[in-house]
Ligand binder design. Structure first.
Ligand SMILES: Cc1cc2nc3c(=O)[nH]c(=O)nc-3n(C[C@H](O)[C@H](O)[C@H](O)COP(=O)(O)OP(=O)(O)OC[C@H]3O[C@@H](n4cnc5c(N)ncnc54)[C@H](O)[C@@H]3O)c2cc1C
Length: 433
């Protein structure tokens, strides 16, 4: 009998199990609830939305909307559930989280090909092809075993991540390319500040409002290098000017002087369309991030593709250890999906679950894997997390910055996003999954 294991009945695990089962293959779905819950999970149902109840924008000319539209091409279980219990949320798809989880749990439990096994999994099964989808709060012993499987240090923990902005939204009349002491050519985009600008920025930063921290995140493993910028700043007025904002080795070509402070931006992707704010890991509330970081010269109109976040998050170093089909290079019978595989967000986790599930089936049946082209949102996202050239890997959510540009360039952003969406969706029209 053909059989596949899926571990974790969260968003990714449920999609993986559903996709596999719908291909006529038996699934053993392991879930530790209700015996044990992560500190963020509160109810006994599967696919629990642990925080917001929004699945983000619906508009097809938005990154989140395109992602969902692509997932519909795969008959996504999460989107079936969402459509059945959506609540009014303007342009977003928001759901009644109880009904959402209930719908998915029932579909999974009643599927003739799925057997649910309520148990805390500690060891990674070796008997069958297995999809691991235990999420960012993967429970104890299993987390250690995944770490070992991924060659020791490959399972990363981070406490705070820096925001990401689009390059096209920067004001190039203020910023300049360069690296400290000329080492590294044009590797950084530098935002120079004079003393006055720095003082204003500094005062707003130390007085900005932080997001609440979950109980379970209160003793995080904070590395000095991951210290939120606002905490570092509170150590003294010059602390960040001698840290991430140090101006040494840099000369502003417009003034031919060394600025008082410099915020450096580093490319986030190979195409150079996205940049992160170096050293700006933060736990400030999202509107505060926008307000305070927009005071940085050149970032006045910055478009934030991801805000900084702070919570425990386990993810594997996918660019180095996963193949494009989401299987482990060192053991192709083991697949990873969900937030643990380095995607960020509810729907991103669910989408990766669908693909990991289909690829587990492909491995079992010895057929070609499902690897979507990079001009689709899912293809771009999974391409990003398995791109070996990505260094200092941090989880990534759906955004248009990771999709290859359309040529010729369309200046109007809405029109450009619509064209990118249409390019993807017309490709799907020809396919059947
Ligand atoms: C505190 C927090 C808040 C978040 N808020 C948002 C948000 O608002 N919006 C957003 O888009 N994303 C958010 N995320 C990120 C992410 O989208 C979610 O974590 C998402 O649920 C990830 O889906 P998943 O399927 O990978 O993992 P999960 O949904 O966490 O599912 C993993 C499942 O595996 C089970 N499990 C874990 N360990 C074991 C084990 N050893 N044995 C058996 N079962 C196990 C768990 O019980 C769980 O059911 C948040 C993450 C965290 C940690």
């Amino acid at each position: 009998m053909k059989q596949i294991n899926v571990i974790g009945a969260g968003l990714a695990g449920c999609e993986a199990a559903f996709a596999i089962a719908n291909k006529g293959i038996k699934v053993n779905l392991y879930e530790m609830k209700p015996n044990k819950k992560t500190p963020a999970h509160k109810n006994d149902n599967f696919a629990e939305l642990v925080c917001s109840n929004s699945l983000k924008a619906s508009r097809v000319d938005s990154a989140a909307g395109l992602l969902k539209e692509e997932m519909r091409q795969f008959s996504s279980l999460c989107l079936q559930a969402a459509d059945s219990c959506s609540v009014a949320a303007g342009g977003a798809l928001a759901v009644d989280r109880e009904l959402f989880a209930q719908y998915i749990t029932e579909k999974i439990k009643n599927h003739p090909n799925i057997t649910v096994i309520n148990k805390v999994v500690n060891e990674i099964p070796t008997d069958l092809i297995t999809v691991i989808a235990t999420g960012p709060l993967t429970d104890g012993v299993l987390a250690e075993n995944i770490s070992k499987l991924c060659e020791g240090g490959s399972l990363s923990f981070y406490d705070a991540a820096a925001p990401i902005v689009t390059k096209e939204s920067l004001d190039f009349s203020k910023v300049f390319y360069g690296a400290r002491y000329g080492k590294g050519g044009d590797d950084y985009i530098n935002c120079p500040m004079n003393k006055e600008e720095y003082t204003v920025f500094y005062n707003e930063l130390i007085n900005a409002e932080s997001a609440p921290i979950h109980e379970f995140d209160k003793q995080p493993n904070v590395y000095e290098g991951c210290m939120p910028i606002e905490i570092l700043a509170k150590r003294g007025e010059d602390s960040i000017r001698f840290g991430p904002l140090k101006p040494v080795g840099l000369r502003d070509p417009r003034t031919d002087h060394r600025p008082w402070a410099v915020v450096q931006l580093r490319a986030e992707n190979r195409e150079g369309t996205l940049y992160n704010l170096v050293g700006f890991q933060t736990n400030l509330k999202f509107p505060e991030q926008k307000r305070v970081f927009s005071l940085i010269p050149g970032l006045e109109n910055a478009e934030f593709m991801r805000f900084g976040v702070m919570h425990r998050n386990s993810f594997i170093n996918s660019p180095q250890i996963l193949g494009q089909d989401l299987s482990l290079k060192a053991n192709p019978n083991i697949f990873f999906a969900g937030q643990l595989s380095g995607v960020e967000g509810y729907m991103e986790s669910a989408a990766s679950g669908i693909i990991a599930g289909l690829n587990a089936v492909a491995r079992l049946n010895e057929t070609d894997p499902v690897i979507l082209p990079k001009f689709t949102m899912i293809g771009a996202l999974l391409g990003y997390i398995t791109d070996e050239s990505v260094s200092n890997f941090q989880p990534m959510g759906a955004n248009f910055g990771i999709i290859p540009e359309l040529l010729p360039h369309i200046r109007d952003k809405r029109e450009r996003y619509m064209a990118l969406s249409q390019r993807s969706l017309s490709w799907f029209k020809e396919k059947e999954f």
